[in-house]
Design a protein. Structure first.
Length: 255
């Protein structure tokens, strides 16, 4: 799996996974307390300030070594840094403290997917998806579908997409994933319909969604529409690798 896919999956964690937002602001906590420092670390993590997040979360754990959310936050920090063994250690620590904290299973599933450890990835994602206490099983179903899709198991990928959509029919990553499956089967009209539905549900333009749309319009021979969409994607892109991909697509269309 390419780095860009992992970045996309991390964004799924941060943008789509939590229906219930956790307050990460230090707020009225006592300044300098372990909880205050941890919340500063989580705040920096949400802001994408990864090095500052790591520093504060480690500082919090030195003061109080039993804070589950700090270990989970560090795990996400190390996913961003691609220090996967450190991430695995932290998520396993979370699960040792609370076996029902299934965000850790979901994150482990993403890491093992990246490391091409299919069985471990699937095991952790299935635990999260099938838990009656996990608040975001649709997120785990999305990651299961991606895991199967990347192995060429399209029927299995579609089954997991549909199971997730039974839980939340408006979960944009699942709609995008379903569009990708239909695109692979050359059902371009249905793919566009699904990509556009996902787009309509997002608060802001998503680069992956726009790339998908632009690619399908290109396959259908609608070059002008593809260019319009890809130019929007280029304007929205924040990751350099995304910009490289989009520029290459635009260059091909302009020949």
């Amino acid at each position: 799996m390419k780095k860009t896919l992992l970045i996309f999956l991390i964004l799924v964690i941060s943008i789509f996974a939590c229906k219930k937002k956790v307050n990460t602001s230090p707020g009225s906590l006592k300044k300098g307390s372990p909880e205050y420092i941890m919340n500063m670390g989580l705040y920096y993590l949400n802001q994408g300030k990864i090095d500052l997040a790591e520093k504060e979360l480690l500082k919090a754990l030195r003061k109080s070594p039993n804070m589950l959310r700090a270990y989970n936050g560090l795990g996400i920090v190390y996913i961003y840094k691609r220090q996967f063994e450190k991430a695995i250690t932290n998520f396993n620590r979370v699960l040792k403290m609370n076996p029902g904290y299934h965000d850790a299973n979901n994150s482990l599933g993403l890491i093992y997917t990246e490391l091409d450890k299919y069985d471990l990835a699937k095991e952790n994602l299935l635990i999260a998806a099938n838990s009656s206490t996990y608040s975001n099983p649709e997120n785990a179903y999305h990651n299961l579908s991606r895991l199967e899709f990347d192995k060429g198991k399209y029927k299995s990928a579609l089954r997991y997409v549909n199971k997730g959509l039974e839980i939340d029919k408006n979960f944009a990553p699942l709609l995008n994933m379903k569009g990708l499956i239909h695109e692979t089967q050359n059902d371009f009209n249905e793919a566009i319909k699904l990509y556009n539905k996902a787009r309509s549900l997002l608060a802001s333009e998503d680069v992956t969604n726009l790339i998908n749309l632009g690619r399908v319009y290109s396959k259908m021979g609608n070059k002008n529409k593809a260019l319009d969409i890809l130019e929007k994607a280029l304007a929205a892109a924040r990751v350099n690798n995304d910009r490289v991909i989009i520029r290459r697509m635009i260059k091909e269309l302009e020949k």
